[in-house]
Design a protein around this ligand. Structure first.
Ligand code: C5P
Length: 201
């Protein structure tokens, strides 16, 4: 069976956690497409050449979760040739036998416009910044909540305002706002949405 779940949304809205849980629930493969852009950003040199030469091993670098990597990712992600170089890999992953979940910014709009299930996972910027701040240690975090909020807003602005594949919900995506949901409740809701597409009766 081929079945694609496209999950898009801004940073720290919970889409990674939701994507992993949905994939585990249905036994689908999962691809965090942000890792592709992070790996290209961290390779250095010409980003277009880096995207064309991207290999499996580049995706397991230990520093891909750093702030430096997310910042570099959102810069190289605005380059159309970088995006083009990564399309085929993502589409092949999406159409593999057994089902696939991809999370990112443009999965439902550009990479897999025909995906069987599409979710747009979002949350208010203040909530997303607080989650990042707590993950980084709260009061022990090296950055203040205000600094993290500024980073979240800057990355949202870059992702939303770029001309090529900007962050936006697909017309047929179901929006899931996780601002006032626990992660468990958000996962339950996402599974319900996907289940309704697999078995629409
Ligand atoms: O999701 P994550 O925070 O890892 O993504 C890092 C950056 O990569 C995003 O801010 C965005 O600029 C870019 N990205 C993208 N398209 C995707 C996934 C990530 O442009 N499908």
């Amino acid at each position: 069976m081929r079945f694609t779940v496209a999950i898009d949304g801004p940073a720290a809205a919970g889409k990674g956690t939701i994507a992993r849980a949905v994939a585990a629930h249905f036994g689908f493969a999962h691809l965090d497409t942000g890792l592709l852009y992070r790996a290209v950003g961290m390779k250095g040199g010409d980003p277009v050449a880096a995207a064309r030469a991207l290999a499996e091993a580049d995706l397991s670098r230990p520093d891909l979760r750093s702030h430096a990597a997310s910042d570099a990712a959102s810069r190289v992600a605005a380059i159309p040739e970088v995006r083009t170089a990564l399309v085929e890999f993502q589409r092949d992953f999406a159409r593999q036998e057994g089902g696939a979940v991809l999370d990112g910014r443009d999965i439902g709009t550009v990479i897999c416009p025909a995906a069987e299930a599409k979710l747009f996972v979002t949350a208010r910027p203040e909530i997303r910044a607080r989650r990042r701040w707590l993950e980084a240690g709260g009061d022990a975090s090296p950055e203040s909540l205000d600094e993290i909020l500024a980073q979240v807003n800057a990355r949202d602005a870059r992702d939303t305002n770029r001309p090529d594949a900007p962050l936006r919900p697909a017309e047929d995506a179901v929006t899931l706002d996780t601002s006032d949901l626990s992660i468990d409740d958000a996962v339950v809701r996402a599974i319900e949405i996907v289940k309704a597409r697999i078995d629409p009766r």
